[in-house]
Design a protein around this ligand. Structure first.
Ligand code: ADP
Ligand code: GN1
Ligand code: MG
Length: 362
């Protein structure tokens, strides 16, 4: 879809005049663009996003959450003497003072571009991964002071693996794209592992594991790593900040980062679970999350890793069955390749599950 970016950027209180706007980043959900302007102070960059309204049908509620969470993060960065222009997301308001603009059909928002930092699609070295763990762990400990009742649950049951499983079976049943026969073995794999679905959900339901305000989408490319210092300076992609579990946040980082290959690697011989990186992340996360983690949460971190990997694989496969309507794809069978990598990783994690648990409890 093509948009008149000059006009759209004119709706926001940007510095300078419009220069250019192009696609940016590797997110699977929103349409993200790098927007450049030029004014008296030289060039300035912004992130412009077209919000994915297939998921976020109530943009008003989504942006209410984003306004609160970004203001909360900004205040805490200021309190610790950090740089609020780089260490958190900053919304740029419209000329009318709103946090988003709509042409009646499409919804846009603008953030300041976090300069001098980058995101990675794969772990390049243990140090970056350790730093991402510290960033997500600190973010979790920060959110411990956030009042959950102020947030709308914009994506209900986001990590309710039992509900995800029921939805998956519906996709199999419906077979909208006529692909179920081709992926029978993959469907059977999901069904054979269905006992994992309840392991965390049930503990959360009975209060054994606390519900907290969490990020819920803690993959490596949702943390900005400073190019000069290698530190994880800002946690981004705050659309899913909602009640959740530390075990999910920990697990989602593991499923993405402890992959020896890319999330959509077609050659499964290259895909392995990297236990060394699991240990690295664990150390960084526990060092930053502080005392707020409960005994039961700690005992279930490894379960979080398996379940997030299983759940994500199941979501990719469901989307393949639905005809690739949820996650952005740039080639045929990309969702199927993504599902395959997750199943491979989950198999390898399950094979050494006890030792992963022991490491987390140590
Ligand atoms: P999605 O919800 O689609 O994953 P994200 O909000 O994660 O979208 O943005 C996609 C990518 O754009 C990120 O992985 C990151 O590389 C880049 N990005 C997002 N926000 C900023 C920002 N404020 N400054 C610099 N880069 C950003
Ligand atoms: C999506 O938005 P992004 O690309 O950071 C998805 C996550 C998945 C991830 C898989 C809102 O994350 O839940 O784990 O893709 N986000 C949403 O890579 O569904
Ligand atoms: Mg993202």
């Amino acid at each position: 879809m093509e948009f008149d970016f000059r006009k759209i950027s004119g709706e926001f209180a940007l510095e300078g005049e419009f220069v250019s706007c192009e696609h940016y980043g590797e997110g699977h959900i929103n349409d993200t663009y790098k927007l450049t302007t030029e004014g008296a102070n030289g060039r300035k960059r912004y992130i412009l996003q077209r919000i994915n309204t297939n998921l976020f049908s109530d943009v008003e509620k989504l942006m209410h959450n984003i306004e609160l969470v970004t203001a909360f993060c900004r205040a805490s960065v200021e309190k610790r003497g950090g740089d609020p222009m780089r260490e958190c997301l900053n919304l740029v308001p419209t000329r009318e003072g709103k946090s988003y603009w709509t042409d009646g059909e499409n919804y846009f928002r603008v953030y300041l571009f976090i300069e001098g930092a980058t995101t990675y699609q794969i772990v390049r070295n243990a140090r970056d991964f350790y730093e991402s763990a510290v960033a997500f762990g600190s973010f979790a400990s920060l959110l411990a002071d956030f009042d959950a009742s102020e947030l709308y649950e914009v994506l209900p049951n986001f990590h309710n693996t039992k509900v995800r499983y029921a939805n998956f079976l519906r996709s199999v049943e419906k077979d909208a794209a006529g692909r179920a026969e081709e992926v029978r073995a993959e469907i059977d794999w999901v069904i054979a592992h269905k006992d994992w679905c309840g392991k965390l959900v049930d503990k959360i339901a009975c209060g054994e594991i606390p519900l907290r305000v969490t990020h819920n989408d803690t993959k490596l490319n949702n943390v900005m790593i400073d190019k000069a210092t290698g530190k994880g300076i800002a946690v981004i992609d705050l659309d899913t900040v909602m009640p959740g579990s530390l075990c999910y946040d920990f697990g989602d980082s593991i499923r993405f980062g402890c992959n020896s290959a890319a999330e959509d690697e077609p050659d499964l011989d290259k895909v392995h679970f990297r236990k060394d990186l699991y240990e690295t992340y664990l150390k960084g996360y526990l060092s930053a999350v502080g005392n707020s983690i409960t005994e039961e949460e700690r005992k279930n971190l490894a379960a979080g890793a398996v379940i997030m990997t299983y759940e994500c694989g199941m979501r990719f496969l469901a989307d393949y069955l639905d005809g690739d309507v949820y996650f952005r794809t740039s080639r045929k069978k990309q969702n199927l390749d993504r599902a395959h990598t997750q199943f491979r990783l989950a198999d390898e994690m399950i094979a050494q599950y006890e030792s992963l648990q022991k490491l987390a409890e140590k």
